[in-house]
Design a protein around this ligand. Sequence first.
Ligand code: MN3
Length: 199
Amino acid sequence: MAFELPDLPYAYDALQPYMSKETLEFHHDKHHLAYVTNGNKLAADAGMSETPLEEVVKASHGSNAGLFNNAGQHYNHIHFWKWMKPGGGGSSLPASLESKITADLGGFAAFRDAFIQAGMTQFGSGWCWLALKDGKLEIMKTPNGENPLVHGATPLLGCDVWEHSYYIDYRNARPKYLEAWIDNLANWDYAAELFEAAS
Ligand code: MN3
């Protein structure tokens, strides 16, 4: 299936002041579009134009770096736009996911610390994640376009720590971006939806 750039599920200025209109214009209209355009070319070259996206990500991992990087980033960004919402964040989570976080990660505060720490310590470009693996929640971090799918896990919530996601609004202050993201933008309803689907 050809990759297509999805519309943002909110207005470009809807996440202000935590993520600016300018950041979303560049991030969605330029960066994500480039992954779609390049991914389509490379998928066609690999004979995978009709292959579902998750299969392309898994099949190209370790064997076709160009395709993997673009398909992985396309997958990650499709979800990233939905992993944020105006008025998001905070510690009030859907009950099923909240009790799972308490059981597996020691509670919301411990989760928040570990998630931010993973994002801060991802050296260079990449992502930090809340993922479900073998029925248990885990905090993960991955470089570049990699994601939990290629580690046998299901991503439930992911934050983009490439500089293009925060440099306009936070300059080099990645920790400030991560705190603002988890406290004010994270869409727990979407994370809970993915958790229910994976459980
Ligand atoms: Mn990005």
